[in-house]
Design a protein around this ligand. Structure first.
Ligand code: GDP
Ligand code: ZN
Length: 295
């Protein structure tokens, strides 16, 4: 029996990296009967059959699992923003950060294109909120060494609004990356990933990344109700205040004696983060009402 990690899943085959080689595996039929299916990112035990073939026998307990893209055990979501065109709405970063918290993922914020704009405001917001935040430039290479050490030894997923420089950063981190992902360039020289399946890639700095189109849109319908119920705790810097609101069940939106609102007033919590909280709160509210009426 060998222990390894699923790098890729394609047409019923699992490609399991056991260190010395990558085995092409089927999964035991038992998994399907038990309603479980191995995911890219899973640590598994594999029975070797020889000739590079194997059978997935068991799946180790997961840190987390995502449905779209189908991947498990993401350690860290790397959220990319920029203040140069296209300008990132902090709400997008906050939304991803909340989902990450639900899924027990760490979050790192990369502010790209700092050769064009130092993104001072975003840097201040996310540093104050307690996220590791780096100012970088895929163009000049600034900050990339710090990114490499922050992702080494972990499985990270990169997300960000289109045009923010996700492909440029991955290519700058590892010059062989574009070969691995089958990038093609259009007439303007902009990268387009042609990845259609989910796959883990090893970067030369010792990091694993999952590069999937799904992570830019982040399908979250399945998570919305859970997010609604746990919203305050997904804003990490609210945590010290949540126990100190005057009313049990405080929504931290407008109540008298709300410790979160007081922290926003005194500047201990960033206004922009609380504004995103309010926006998510409002977005999720009708969904829950509808769900409850159905019962
Ligand atoms: P993606 O859609 O997030 O993958 O974005 P791309 O990597 O395709 O980058 C979009 C555009 O921004 C391209 O024209 C890149 O050359 C440019 N770009 C990416 N990173 C930087 C940067 O750090 N500085 C500057 N000036 N341009 C960048
Ligand atoms: Zn409150």
């Amino acid at each position: 029996m060998a222990r390894g990690r699923i790098q890729k899943a394609l047409s019923g085959f699992y490609y399991v990296d056991i260190g010395a080689e990558i085995l092409t595996c089927r999964a035991r039929g038992r998994f399907r009967r038990e309603g479980q299916s191995p995911l890219v990112g899973d640590w598994v035990d594999v029975q070797e059959l020889g000739g590079g073939q194997g059978v997935v026998e068991s799946i180790m307990p997961r840190r987390n699992a995502f449905a779209r893209p189908a991947v498990a055990n993401i350690d860290q979501l790397v959220v990319i923003g920029s203040v140069a065109v296209p300008k990132t709405d902090p709400f997008l970063i906050d939304r991803v950060a909340s989902i990450a918290a639900l899924k027990h993922c760490d979050v790192m914020v990369l502010l790209n294109k700092c050769d064009l704009d130092p993104a001072d405001e975003l840097f201040q917001i996310y540093t104050a909120a307690g996220f590791p935040t780096l100012r970088i430039s895929a163009e000049t290479g600034e900050g990339l060494e710090s990114v490499r050490s922050a992702i080494a030894g972990k499985l990270s997923a990169f997300t960000g609004n289109s045009g923010v420089g996700k492909s440029s950063i991955l290519n700058a981190l590892d010059s062989e990356f574009h070969l691995k992902t089958g990038e093609v360039s259009d007439a303007l020289g902009r990268g387009r990933h042609t990845t259609r399946h989910v796959e883990l890639y090893h970067l030369s700095c010792g990091a694993d990344v999952v590069d999937s189109p799904g992570f830019s849109s982040f399908e979250t319908d399945e998570l919305n109700l859970e997010l609604k119920h746990r919203l305050p705790e997904t804003f990490r810097e609210f945590e010290p205040y949540l126990e100190h609101c005057r009313f049990v069940g405080c929504s931290h939106t407008k109540e008298a004696g709300c410790a979160v609102l007081e922290a926003v007033r005194t500047g201990s919590i960033q206004k922009s983060r609380h504004a995103s909280y309010l926006r998510l709160y409002e977005e999720l509210k009708p969904l829950q009402d509808w769900q409850e009426r159905k019962k």
